[in-house]
Structure formats: C-alpha cells, structure tokens
Design a protein around this ligand. Structure first.
Ligand code: NAG
Ligand code: NAG
Ligand code: NAG
Length: 329
C-alpha cells in the first residue's frame, strides 16, 4: 500500500500535534480498512444489500467537472442522432434486483480524508439468477493485480477463471482450489501478438482468443456461465459488438446469466466531434443489442477512483462506470 503523508503547515506546535493526530487517524483508518478488507474477503458474499433499483442512487455528476470538448467541429453526419438513447441505456436500469450484493474491492486513500473503493463488483443474488454455491462458473476478464472480487466468488465455491494478458511475470496457474489464472485476453479475433509490438505492456507476447474458443478450450461449451466479468479497457465494444453481431455468434452468451461490465467510453475522447459521434453510435448499438438479447441493466455506478467527462453533441457524459446486466430466465 502506498504510504500517505498528511502534511499540515503553519504553527509548528499545532503542526506536530496535527501530524501525530493524522498519523493516529491514519493508523486507525488503516486498521479499519484491514478489518473491512478482511470482512470483505471473508464474508462480503453474505452481506446482502437489500436494494430497490427503481430507486437507485445514481451517483451525482461532479458539480464542475472538467469536460473534454472536441477540437474539431466537423460533425455534420447523422444530424438526427442525439446522445439521449445512449445516456438512457447507460444510466437507467430496466429491471431490479432485490438481493444486490457488493463483492470485493479495495479501499485506497488519496489523502487523509478522501478514500475511494475500486475493483468491487455488484452481483445479483435473486433466486432466478444467482450463482448457486458449489455449482457456479465465473469468467473474469481483465483482473490485473486485483483479485478481491474473484476471491469473494471463491468463497461461494464457484469455479473461477481469471484472465489477463498484461501481467509481466504471470503464467497459467491454479491460484487456489477452484481459482485459475490464464495468461490470455478476450478479443473479437484470435491472435498471438509477439513482443516488440509497442502496445501498453510493451515487449510481451500476448495471446487473444474469442469467448467461443475460450469456452471450447476449457471444456465449458455446454456449461452455463453464471457471471461474465469484463474489465477490458474499452475493448468491450469490439468484443461484445462481435458476439452480438449475428444470431450464430451470440449463442456463446445465451447461457450467461450476469454480465458485470466495466464501461469505458474512451471513444468520446476523440479529438473530432465526428469521431465521437461514430464511437457513441457504436456503443449505443452494442448496449441496445445487449438489451434485446435479454440482458437488462440492473445496477450502475460511476467509477470514483478514476473519472473523466467528455462532451458529445452537447451532452456531457462521465466516461467510466460499473454496470451489471442480468438475464432472467
Ligand atoms: C464451500 O465448500 C466448503 C467445503 O466443501 C464448505 O465448507 C462451505 O460451506 C462451502 N461454502 C458455501 C458458501 O457453500
Ligand atoms: C519479473 O521477473 C524478473 C525475474 O524474476 C524480475 O527481474 C522482474 O522485476 C519481474 N517483473 C515484474 C514486473 O514483476
Ligand atoms: C476514437 O477513439 C478510439 C479509442 O481511443 C479509437 O479506437 C478510435 O479509432 C477513434 N475513432 C473513432 C471513430 O471511434
């Protein structure tokens, strides 16, 4: 954990006292955090948050967010299009879950009084969609170094397959009984990228497979996936877009019950207004098709750990959020 130094200036005496106080507070906070972490990792699956999604407390936008506006106003195509529908698909739940549960997550403190939680996921435990303890399958894409959600699912005795192709020193392994790590990324096409390709993770060999191929490799062709977690850094549009493009391809998610999706609207950071509209229409299309395949938005919340606001056709949208879609039988 990163050490945070809480500095207090002005009068030296008060300052010393303040620093001591701050350190004590920090220690207490740390203790509370450790306890919370322990609680989260051991018991959070038991802490059922009774939640009425129709009354969902959508996070309020920042009062004066810094907004990224396009540099070039070349936006003349699709004059009839407005971001209204996209915004609705992003923000408005179309079903509700009575047993919505927050799993995993890590608390990080930016300073002595600002803490954020990151990496937590909401899962619905209503009887018709819940993962059944001892008989559940979880695919978790883009775990990075943060596996608190996956550990929480492990306590439910689910079979968990965690994927990431960006970690430097990781290889396929069984982290614990029932929890497997695979050095693999999900993509819309199968490919093997050899090192030297100047991607984010630089000189690494990375392997990508489609969901269909991954299910095949793991022998899960006929085993329902209880939870599909995707935190794949803006690749979700390509991956889901491809899966939802034809009835044949979409069969691969017809037995998925819940999709915990970290949404990245990075396409809205493009420098030209036209590119933003193109990207926004693609996102809208993917979410629309997800909905028409029976996946209903049940919960969404803005990322507090990292947030950016951008404008598309006069509408300011926060770019990063966590959303849960469920498909009732
Ligand atoms: C998971 O399995 C263990 C060992 O079989 C059992 O003791 C535990 O109660 C199970 N947990 C749940 C949530 O079913
Ligand atoms: C990976 O492992 C090598 C050798 O074991 C080590 O030198 C390097 O620092 C590690 N890199 C990371 C990112 O952990
Ligand atoms: C916009 O930005 C995204 C992500 O940064 C990029 O992949 C894409 O090519 C850009 N253009 C359009 C039209 O989306």
């Amino acid at each position: 954990m990163k050490m945070i130094h809480c500095r207090v200036r002005h009068r030296p005496r008060t300052s010393t006292i303040s620093v001591v106080m701050c350190l004590v507070m920090w220690a207490v906070l740390g203790l509370v955090q450790e306890q919370q972490k322990a609680v989260m990792s051991q018991e959070s699956y038991l802490q059922v948050a009774w939640h009425n999604s129709m009354d969902t407390k959508l996070p309020l936008p920042e009062t004066n967010p810094e907004v990224i506006h396009p540099d070039i106003q070349d936006d003349t195509e699709y004059p009839e299009w407005s971001p209204r529908r996209l915004q609705q698909l992003l923000e408005s739940p179309t079903t509700f879950c009575r047993r919505l549960t927050n799993l995993g997550g890590k608390i990080r403190c930016k300073d002595c009084h600002t803490c954020v939680i990151d990496g937590n996921k909401y899962i619905c435990f209503d009887p018709d969609v819940r993962p059944v303890p001892g008989n559940c399958l979880v695919y978790s894409f883009g775990v990075g170094n943060e596996m608190s959600f996956d550990s929480a699912m492990l306590h439910l005795n689910c079979s968990i397959f965690a994927f990431d192709m960006t970690l430097m020193n990781s290889s396929n392994s069984m982290i614990a009984e029932g929890l497997h790590f695979l050095d693999l990324g999900i993509a819309s096409i199968n490919s093997d990228v050899t090192g030297g390709d100047k991607t984010q993770w630089e000189s690494r060999n990375a392997h990508f497979r489609t969901l269909e191929v991954i299910r095949d490799i793991l022998g899960h062709k006929n085993r329902p996936i209880d939870i599909l977690k995707l935190d794949i850094e803006n690749m979700e549009w390509k991956v889901l877009g491809d899966i939802l493009s034809t009835p044949e391809k979409s069969r691969v998610i017809q037995d998925v019950r819940q999709i915990a999706l970290e949404i990245h609207l990075d396409g809205l950071r493009n420098s030209t207004a036209w590119e933003r509209v193109v990207a926004a229409r693609e996102m809208e299309d993917v979410l629309e098709r997800l909905h028409s395949h029976g996946f209903h938005l049940v919960h969404t919340e803005l990322n507090t750990a990292h947030q950016v606001y951008a404008e598309v056709r006069g509408q300011v949208l926060p770019l990063y959020r966590e959303s849960l879609f469920i498909r009732r039988p």
